[in-house]
Design a protein around this ligand. Structure first.
Ligand SMILES: CC(C)(COP(=O)(O)OP(=O)(O)OC[C@H]1O[C@@H](n2cnc3c(N)ncnc32)[C@H](O)[C@@H]1OP(=O)(O)O)[C@@H](O)C(=O)NCCC(=O)NCCS
Length: 167
């Protein structure tokens, strides 16, 4: 498989929307508004990292990363949505996207990254639940963090307002 991870470039927007929509359509825990969230993050200039995965030149996956607010925690980011087309799953493409996104965050000096998702999946990248670092409304086991420095803030994390987008 010839898989390439690259930054989003102008002109990718519509295909990213399709890929995220198709990935989320049948996902039991995914939010149907996730394509709108990516678009709203872009409109707000809050897509700190936006990577696409291509197989043989066709886009099959995407990951978004945006800044989050966390008192006492400068330069923290949230990973997601993460999407891989159903036809291309279990080939390590999701892992390549997450690894590349975390490498980009390290390169820009991020303090750390949080994620809301399945702990079995994200645990393999080093994400862990952190006592005292919470997201309102989220089951604690599903909200995880990865420090890129040496500390975890003890506070409530607030995602960018684009996560309220529905259109
Ligand atoms: C989650 C997702 C991005 C994984 O993409 P992928 O390219 O298949 O991921 P990888 O190939 O790197 O990893 C696949 C492995 O993760 C496991 N896995 C996939 N989704 C999982 C989940 N929700 N919980 C636990 N394990 C999961 C698979 O069983 C597989 O395990 P294996 O390697 O032992 O066979 C993809 O399933 C997807 O787009 N899902 C719908 C959208 C979604 O739920 N996104 C996450 C929340 S925003």
């Amino acid at each position: 498989m010839n898989c390439r991870i690259r930054d989003e470039t102008p002109g990718d927007e519509a295909r990213i929307h399709q890929v995220v929509e198709a990935a989320c359509r049948e996902a039991p825990h995914a939010d149907p508004t996730e394509p709108s969230i990516v678009a709203a993050l872009r409109r707000s200039g809050a897509l700190a990292v936006s990577l696409v995965a291509e197989v043989d030149g066709a886009m099959v996956g995407h990951v978004a990363v945006s800044p989050v607010s966390v008192p006492g925690g400068a330069y923290w980011y949230g990973l997601g949505p993460l999407a891989v087309l159903p036809t291309h799953r279990r080939q390590g493409i999701g892992a390549r996207l997450v690894d590349a996104a975390l490498a980009d965050l390290a390169a820009i000096g991020a303090s750390g990254c949080v994620v809301l998702g399945d702990p079995d999946y994200y645990g393999r990248f080093g994400f862990e639940t952190v006592e005292g670092l919470v997201l309102a409304g989220a089951a604690p086991a599903y909200f995880q963090a990865l420090s890129l420095g040496d500390a975890f803030p003890q506070a409530e994390v607030v995602y960018h307002q684009a996560f309220s987008a529905t259109t």
